[in-house]
Design a protein around this ligand. Structure first.
Ligand code: AFP
Length: 331
């Protein structure tokens, strides 16, 4: 049997790829893995907590108030970042404002993390896969001072690392430090992530399209023409593509990354600037897509080039196999 590589071994062995190889980023990635394990464990009990243990008045058997899982996940990641000491501040989809950590240790740290603690959380009640998405930047404010809004509002091209955790039939952590993409599957019996998907490459073309077709009437003519192409026999496969829409971005993206496909959420009247958030969802997944050979745009321009103007900025999102994204944009 070939030797298994743990996430920790992998992080240590690739540390030298990174220009600022002080070990801080390695420790930060380990902090993320720790929080992911905690959240994964909590999620596995979600049905029990909601429907059995906490059946009375929103309290669990110990009489404690139940918390929504996205709040629990948010707290788990913030705790890991604050205790880890490599991060001076965070911004999360769950919170209106960014958080600058106050300890001296934190203020001397070099990184900020922007994250969506539990994307697709409306799927929890029906036992569908959900995920955490994260983005890591070096701060632009001086070391030794509190983190600032400018640290958070950096374009996606400045990401040092990004990734996601998919809590699906297994829990998988996929990340990139700008040198390819690797995936690690959690063995829950021993609480260890193992390298399961080395050097992931997104197929250049694919046959899955993921879009909320309930919004079809609101799509622009170029996108409607693309979807008609997907559903026709005239595409390069000679049969219609398969529509696959989970409504959980991480899960849809992960399938398309591995098998080849496209995810599209354009601006629509109900979400005039788009539904997905540039900083917490689009930038990190765009970084992963590009690192794997794919493409991510807002329908017109590259996601990573969009200058952020506010923390919760929304954009249209076209992400996936390069040739599919280009075709969907009408190129
Ligand atoms: P929730 O976190 O509120 O469930 O939103 C999920 C999401 O951000 C993304 O994961 C889905 O792809 C998208 O929204 C689904 O949006 P629609 O329900 O409008 O299709």
């Amino acid at each position: 049997m070939s030797k298994l590589t743990t996430l920790h071994e992998f992080i240590v062995s690739t540390q030298q790829d990174f220009p600022f190889a002080t070990g801080e980023l390695s420790r930060l990635l380990s902090d993320i893995a720790l929080a992911a394990k905690i959240v994964s464990n909590d999620l596995r009990k979600a049905g029990l907590v909601d429907h059995i243990l906490g059946a009375q008045g929103g309290q669990n058997v110990q009489g404690e108030e139940q918390q929504k899982l996205d709040v629990v996940a948010d707290a788990a990641f913030i705790r890991a970042f604050e205790n880890g000491g490599e991060v001076c501040g965070i911004a999360s989809e769950e919170n209106d404002n960014f958080l600058a950590f106050t300890s001296a240790n934190a203020q001397n740290a070099n990184y900020v993390v922007l994250f969506d603690p539990l994307d697709g959380s409306s799927n929890i009640d029906v036992n569908v896969s959900i995920g955490t998405i994260f983005s890591i930047y070096r701060r632009v404010s001086p070391v030794g001072t509190p983190a600032t809004l400018e640290d958070m509002l950096q374009p996606g091209t400045q990401q040092v690392a990004a990734g996601y955790v998919l809590y699906g039939s297994s829990t998988i952590l996929v990340y990139s430090t700008g040198n390819g993409v690797n995936g690690f599957t959690l063995d829950p019996s021993i609480g260890e992530f193992f390298l399961s998907h080395p050097d992931i490459k997104m197929p250049e073309n694919g046959r899955y399209y993921s879009v909320n077709e309930g919004n079809l009437q609101d799509f622009d003519p170029t996108l409607r023409a693309y979807l008609a192409y997907c559903q026709s026999n005239d595409n390069q496969t000679g049969k219609p593509y398969s529509g696959r829409y989970i409504g959980s971005l991480v899960a849809d993206f992960h399938r398309n990354l591995i098998k080849g496909g496209i995810y599209i959420y354009p601006a629509v009247p109900a979400a005039p600037k788009g539904r997905l958030r540039l900083l917490y969802e689009c930038n990190p997944l765009a970084f992963i897509a590009e690192q794997a050979g794919g493409l991510a745009t807002d329908g017109k321009q590259r996601i990573l080039d969009i200058p952020p103007t506010e923390l919760h900025q929304r954009v249209g999102f076209y992400i996936g196999a390069k040739l599919m994204v280009e075709k969907a944009m009408g190129l």
